[in-house]
Design a protein around this ligand. Sequence first.
Ligand SMILES: C[S@@+](CC[C@H](N)C(=O)[O-])C[C@H]1O[C@@H](n2cnc3c(N)ncnc32)[C@H](O)[C@@H]1O
Length: 245
Amino acid sequence: MIFDVLTLFPEMFDIFSYSIIKRARDNNLIRLNIYNIRDFTTNKHRKVDDYPYGGGAGMVMQAEPIYNTVDYVKNIYGYKPYTILMSPKGEVFNQNISKELSNINHVMLICGHYEGIDERIMPLIDREISIGDFVLTGGEIACMAIIDSVSRLIPGVLSSNESFEDESFYSGLLEYPQYTRPEEFRGMKVPDVLLSGHHENIRKWRRYESLKITYKRRPDLLKKIDLSNEDMKMLEDIKNRKKEK
Ligand SMILES: C[S@@+](CC[C@H](N)C(=O)[O-])C[C@H]1O[C@@H](n2cnc3c(N)ncnc32)[C@H](O)[C@@H]1O
């Protein structure tokens, strides 16, 4: 998968020179191309922003350098990649959007900064995405969160023992609790079932714990998934136990 990123702060993306994403880049599973929007200005001071028309605080990124950068990328490939604008006004990112994007071969992500970007870049944009109902200083951190989350869904990026299928949100539920060695730590023991080697009981325990934490913390998620008969029975039990407490 190819990610083309347009930003005023390319150095921030050095974070992708570490860990799993580095390995994925080294193995050519993902390609990350960072373009500095400032390199595509036509004025001698390499200025990329200006005061907002109508007045008000802050500076607004100009449309021209962004169009120039997009034209440059278009010339490389002969088409404009699916283009996403990082924006607090966009649809809120989640695992389903991440899965959708992982099926697109090539995306271009535009990071705003300062007070925002001249509205006239909108004809370039296929989708606006926010990473939550809060305002960041720039789109870079949002863009990194999206690249990271999408990359780990690309086949081969995670090794088999780093699989994402059981993780929170993938199946629509939050993940069950995880434990590793030692069996006892500061008086806290690993649940017996996980030491039993009985795969079916372990599967059931994990499903039950997933349903329990989802019911407790994110009951809204339960309305969005198909529950099996086994799930319904488990949920009934979870609710009854809660009432008893
Ligand atoms: C300070 S923000 C601009 C906020 C804008 N004035 C507003 O009120 O909607 C600068 C840039 O950060 C990025 N950004 C800020 N918050 C974001 C969020 N929650 N999700 C994605 N990008 C965000 C966007 O690219 C935005 O253009």
